[in-house]
Design a protein around this ligand. Structure first.
Ligand SMILES: Cc1ncc(COP(=O)(O)O)c(C=O)c1O
Length: 455
């Protein structure tokens, strides 16, 4: 891209593009960084800077950037059959192949897939399916959903309501208050220091039970949770938490929705994390992001045989399952997913992610000796560093200190992209990361954090 083209893109974008999660007061002056190239673990900006992508785009570029094989598969599918109406009894080969692959590899009897365009739409679909399921069973009151504070489930209306990062919803209307509830996040860093991990888990499970009692078990339809909370701060639950929450769901005839938008397709070293890592069998599993490694948008809501059996009954004589998106099972997206899966398999990226995940987590603990690192935690190739003005008292930096933003800027100047979520630095590199790159990320991060002052 020439300098002139980059300047033109910058100006057009600043004038016309409504960016997600953007501070428009600075955007109107500064505009956006234009990314012009991407290859392997690196992206290049319009100034020619080559930056190590320690966040895999946005938790998604699992196989790394710029794969020729992905481009070829996408282009082949475009020339073969790029799109046709998926409604009713019409399908395409990649959507069918991917459906069969998902059914074989997803935990238990999650044998049926509803395709969407991303994570938010897949979570919206999950909630519609839960409601429809209980309606079809004649349990018309059983519609309430329990989510968790600090959860991130997306930005469409219902997904945003499920989201428990409440500050992100300030000044937006609430459409789900009558049926969506939030319980505490499983946040080991926030637990009282004198409380054991087991006692904390007991507390969270009891709170959940109490909430169900309060709402009335006949009114509560489902619980939704990420196996490891992502955007909410890479919060790893206490040991046994998910299994116990799942058991509570089963006791109350509730469905467990695993939002695996981030954790599926290798981030924790497995195709799916809920069963293999956390030992529970969701009734609904939501995937997106890593399913195509971000080469093209796709989401998937997987449901159990039992749910399928109920929702596939006709709702009335001649009634149809009247829910669908134009781009349901998009052949190009599904082909991209199949090729992405083939690459993960052929290159052994799940095993690699497990090995590298250990190294990544172990190296990160080295940051704990820094004055302003309050906590370092994670699982596999997901990690967060909490920045604190005073770590002994867990006192945060004042907002005006912009600690997270400053660390992000310094890291970028030193050639590494990290993600600041407030004063928390989040990392989620492509699964193809090697030790040298992992070491580079932490050496840069150490330098950037060391430069912070208590402000
Ligand atoms: C756990 C989780 N669920 C859902 C979403 C929403 O996905 P999308 O942005 O593709 O709509 C995200 C996005 O980051 C996520 O992390």
């Amino acid at each position: 891209m020439t300098r002139q083209d980059a300047n033109s893109a910058w100006a057009k974008d600043r004038a016309h593009v409504l960016h997600p999660y953007t501070d428009f007061s600075s955007f109107k002056d500064e505009g956006s960084q234009v990314i012009t190239g991407a290859e392997g673990m690196y992206v290049t900006d319009s100034d020619g800077n080559r930056l190590l992508d320690a966040i895999a785009g946005l938790w998604c570029v699992n196989i790394g950037h710029g794969r020729r094989e992905m481009a070829d598969a996408i282009s082949d599918q475009v020339m073969k059959m790029q799109y046709y109406n998926p409604f009713g009894h019409s399908t395409n080969e990649p959507a069918a192949e991917l459906g069969a692959w998902l059914a074989t590899h997803a935990p238990g009897d999650l044998n049926h897939v509803y395709y969407t365009t991303g994570g938010s739409t897949a979570n919206d679909a999950a909630i519609r399916l839960v409601h429809y399921y209980f309606t079809m069973k004649g349990q018309h009151q059983k519609k309430k959903i329990i989510s968790r504070n600090s959860a991130y489930h997306g930005a469409t209306y219902v997904a945003a309501e499920l989201t428990g990062i409440h500050a992100t919803k300030m000044s937006f209307d609430k459409v789900g208050e009558h049926f969506i509830n939030h319980v505490s996040a499983a946040n080991m860093y926030a637990k009282p220091d004198d409380m054991s991990e087991d006692a904390y888990c007991d507390f969270l499970v009891q709170e959940f039970e109490d909430r169900i009692e309060q709402l009335g078990p006949d009114n509560v339809a489902a619980f939704i949770a990420e196996p490891v909370m992502g955007a909410g701060g890479v919060l790893v639950a206490p040991k046994g938490y998910h299994r116990r929450m799942w058991e509570v769901c089963k006791r109350h005839d509730m469905l467990y929705i695993a939002d695996e938008v981030v954790t599926a397709f290798g981030r924790l070293g497995h195709w799916f994390a809920s069963e293999e890592v956390f030992d529970y069998q969701p009734d609904i599993l939501v995937a997106a992001k890593g399913i195509t490694s971000g080469y093209i948008p796709l989401g998937a809501t997987l449901i159990s045989d039992e749910i399928y059996e109920v929702i596939s009954r006709p709702q009335c004589e001649g009634g149809v399952f009247s829910m669908g998106l134009t781009y349901f099972g998009h052949p190009v997206a599904c082909r991209a997913a199949l090729t992405n899966i083939e690459i993960i398999q052929r290159e052994g990226l799940l095993g690699h992610a497990r090995n590298m995940g250990k190294h990544f987590q172990e190296t990160a603990t080295g940051l704990c000796d820094l004055e302003h690192v309050g906590d370092v935690r994670g699982h596999g190739l997901m990690l967060a560093v909490d920045l604190m003005a005073d770590k002994t008292t867990k006192t945060p930096f004042p907002v005006t200190a912009q600690a997270g933003a400053n660390v992000f800027r310094t890291c970028a100047e030193l050639g590494v992209i990290v993600r600041p979520v407030g004063d928390r630095i989040v990392l989620s590199p492509p699964l193809v990361i090697e030790k040298a790159e992992s070491n580079q990320i932490y050496s840069v991060l150490r330098q950037a954090i060391s430069g912070l002052s208590a402000g």
